[in-house]
Design a protein around this ligand. Structure first.
Ligand SMILES: [Zn+2]
Length: 308
């Protein structure tokens, strides 16, 4: 959870400069967990579990509407383990104005994607701060944003797609969960939302993991090669034993006899090493050629032997 908390705290410190982006981010907060309340819509509420997110909402509201009458309420749950912080806009006129501005900016309560790219990024930041979490990349690559409203889930999905990224949708305990599983895509989204420290950590882990995988691949590859060499050497030894048993190695031409003798004495030597032990030295392909001739000879003898 620590990485998720760090990411959320970092994003809570990002305050967009442009009015359009502040409204876009606030509209995400409103759609995810906001309410227009009262018989005559006297108050507009933004709810969050995290005080630092409430603080951000308040800062953005006060930046947009300097004299806005607001109230912050904190309600602890009975177990006191969780809490709900509410940033409340007071007064029918004020609540109505903020609501109208959010609606104009981000087509509230619709599924339309924010028009401008800067606002799409801000919208997703707000959505993540409301209902998002990210798994420590050491464990696995997973980022998600959950909501109980299908139209909001659809809008988050569409906004992610509008930024040329891909997300999936699933259902869990009555909530809709928009999720991403690809490390590269998650990294891109972190960058777009402005979580630069989180992105740095995420990418460092990703590079380390990638390097570890590459090393493992190399080691596996190496092991496979060693296996191949050992299997080939064993086959060569069998050929040599067969020839020795049936006709005797001294019946082989001198060049083949020398390779056979060296192979017997150095069962684990590579072809190159065998070649270097020969007088005069022989190339790897030269050794290979002679061993193939030995193999051919062994095959002939084997055939004769089994026919007789
Ligand atoms: Zn914008």
């Amino acid at each position: 959870m620590a990485f998720s908390d760090d990411t959320r705290q970092e994003l809570a410190r990002v305050i967009p400069n442009a009015r359009c982006c502040r409204l876009a981010e606030l509209s995400a907060f409103y759609e995810m967990s906001g309410f227009l309340l009262g018989r005559q819509n006297q108050v507009l509420d933004f709810n969050t579990s995290w005080p630092y997110v409430a603080r951000k909402i308040l800062i953005m509201l006060k930046g947009l509407y300097p004299n806005l009458p607001t109230q912050v309420l904190v309600v602890k749950s009975r177990s006191r383990r969780s809490q709900i912080c509410t940033v409340r806009v007071l007064g029918r006129q004020h609540a109505g104005q903020v609501y109208q501005d959010l609606k104009d900016q981000s087509v509230l309560d619709g599924s339309d994607v924010p028009r401008k790219r800067c606002c799409r990024r801000a919208y997703l930041r707000g959505a993540f701060l409301s209902g998002g979490s990210i798994t420590n990349p050491e464990r696995t690559y997973h980022l998600e944003i959950s909501t109980e409203q299908s139209r909001v889930a659809g809008k988050i999905l569409a906004t992610i797609a509008a930024l040329d990224l891909e997300a999936g949708l699933t259902e869990r305990k009555g909530s809709l969960v928009v999720y991403m599983k690809d490390g590269g895509q998650i990294a891109s989204l972190l960058g777009l939302m402005g979580a630069h420290s989180a992105l740095l950590h995420f990418e460092n882990v990703r590079i380390m993991k990638e390097m570890r995988n590459q090393v493992n691949r190399l080691v596996n590859c190496e092991t496979a090669n060693v296996d191949k060499t050992v299997r080939a050497a064993l086959a060569q030894l069998e050929d040599i034993e067969l020839i020795d048993a049936v006709i005797g190695l001294e019946e082989l031409p001198p060049k083949l006899r020398e390779v056979a003798r060296l192979r017997r004495e150095h069962p684990y030597a590579s072809l190159q090493e065998l070649g270097e032990m020969m007088k005069p030295k022989l190339s790897k392909s030269g050794v290979n050629y002679r061993l193939r001739q030995i193999r051919e000879k062994a095959r002939q003898l084997d055939k004769l032997h089994s026919n007789s």
